[in-house]
Design a binder for this molecule. Structure first.
Ligand code: HAM
Length: 417
């Protein structure tokens, strides 16, 4: 239980987003929204909690569901879980509403996982994501990868693409049998947890970052050697497509994404700006059976999720702290709500000091706000129906007739942009 002192702090593993960093936050969101619209994706908003079963489909053997879910029984006795990831709710919505396919949606959503917090890993993180349901063609794999790939470039945090295939319903069982046998053959030399994990889910073991297991994992047979002809052909077409549009990738045969729903193409975007344990700034893949598993039509799907906090850490590493967005105008020298209203309505970012502070204090506030111009409402100018306008970077000052002020400022700002 938190002591009194901690009760009024954001809970461990969560954080507030404040200005000026929040400007980068919204910039990242807007760029993604813009890009998603250009690719033909519409916004979807789903509840922050779902029936627990929705997420059980994501994989009982995964840590996200087994250990990290914020779940509880509500006052009506329902088993509820707070969203730990974005794909299951989207597929649940697809199954519920049966939209025509292809169904292409994007989202911005908080996700909750009871993880051990550290830099880049939080108990609440935000994701930007996209899902395309109803298309089996490798072209849609390309589309979603292209959507994510260009986003990292747009926001100034270029990321490397790691690519793998998890095989289809034909290839997976044969591989799992070979993998399990191999891992159990090596279990005797390792601690009992290893055997336990192998019995639970051999694929999850490949995911592990445990140093003492590394040797065994690195020599394990690879899924891509066991792909069925159809899965192999699909995987090759995705690679040829990426080559054609000039997106570089690294084949990553040991890339096992953390959920059971994945089939076929899987991928992750990593950045060198973050520690290796948290360097994934996004990831995704196909989930061709999830709709059916939720009682919906047998429609394939593919998508990805991008962690906003990690993207912002990578952007910050590349470009330094967020600059405060400057205002266009700061009004100094007394209350003139009509003028402030007019300036704002004409599209100029405008602020003023409240509370009748001294001129000096108001000019200081204008500087701190990073305003380009201060509009000074002096008594003498007021009598002449004018205002004084000061450029804050050069301290140049001139008188402008009150009724020409908006046009004059707009012109000046345009010239200096
Ligand atoms: P995920 O890999 O679990 O996939 O999460 C996607 C991204 O969210 C990660 O690459 C990372 O950037 C960020 N992320 C995940 N957990 C945390 C955390 N605890 N703190 C900070 N950032 C985090 C999914 O969630 C899948 N739903 C992606 C997907 C969509 N697959 C198909 N469609």
């Amino acid at each position: 239980m938190p002591g009194d002192r901690d009760a009024f702090r954001a809970p461990v593993g969560t954080h507030d987003v404040l200005p000026p960093e929040s400007e980068r936050w919204i910039d990242v969101v807007v760029r993604f929204a813009d890009r998603a619209a250009r690719f033909g994706y519409g916004l979807i908003v789903t509840p922050v909690f779902e029936h627990r079963e929705v997420f059980e489909r994501v994989g009982d053997a995964t840590d996200v569901v087994r250990k990290e879910m914020y779940d509880f029984t509500d006052k009506g006795g329902r088993d509820i879980a707070l969203r730990p990831e974005g794909t299951a709710p989207v597929v649940r919505a697809f199954v519920q509403h049966r939209p025509t396919v292809p169904w292409k949606v994007w989202y911005l959503a908080p996700n909750l996982r009871y993880e051990r917090p550290q830099k880049g890993r939080y108990r609440q993180h935000w994701q930007l994501g996209a899902e395309a349901i109803g298309v089996a063609d490798p072209e849609v794999d390309l589309e979603v990868i292209d959507l994510a790939h260009g986003f990292y470039r747009d926001v100034g945090a270029p990321a490397r693409l790691l690519l793998n295939s998890m095989g289809d319903a034909e290839s997976r069982p044969a591989y799992l049998a070979v993998l399990k046998e191999y891992l159990l053959d090596h279990a005797a030399d390792l601690d009992p947890e290893f055997r336990e994990r192998v019995e639970q889910s051999p694929l999850r073991v490949l995911d592990s970052k445990r140093g003492d297991w590394r040797d065994v994992i690195e020599r394990a047979p690879q899924l891509t050697e066991y792909l069925s002809d159809a899965a192999q052909e699909h995987f090759e077409r995705v690679q040829r497509g990426l080559d054609a549009i000039g997106i570089e990738y690294e084949l990553a045969p040991r890339l096992v994404r953390g959920f059971d729903y994945y089939t076929s193409t899987t991928f992750e975007f990593v950045t060198d700006a973050l520690d290796a344990a948290q360097n994934a700034v996004g990831g995704g893949g196909r989930y061709d059976r999830l709709s059916e598993e939720m009682g919906g039509p047998a429609e394939p799907g593919i998508g990805f999720g991008i962690g906003i906090e990690r993207v912002l850490l990578a952007v910050q590493a590349a470009t330094g702290d967020a600059p405060a967005r400057g205002l266009d105008v700061f009004v100094v020298g007394g209350a003139d709500p009509v003028l402030v209203h007019e300036l704002r309505e004409s599209g100029l970012a405008t602020d003023e000091a409240f509370g009748g502070r001294s001129w000096k204090a108001q000019l200081k506030a204008a500087d701190r706000a990073g305003a380009t111009f201060a509009v000074l409402l002096g008594a003498e100018e007021r009598e002449r129906g004018a205002v004084a306008v000061k450029r804050l970077d050069s301290a140049e000052q001139q008188e402008v007739p009150r009724e020409q002020l908006v046009g004059w400022l707009q012109e000046q700002l345009e010239q200096s942009s």
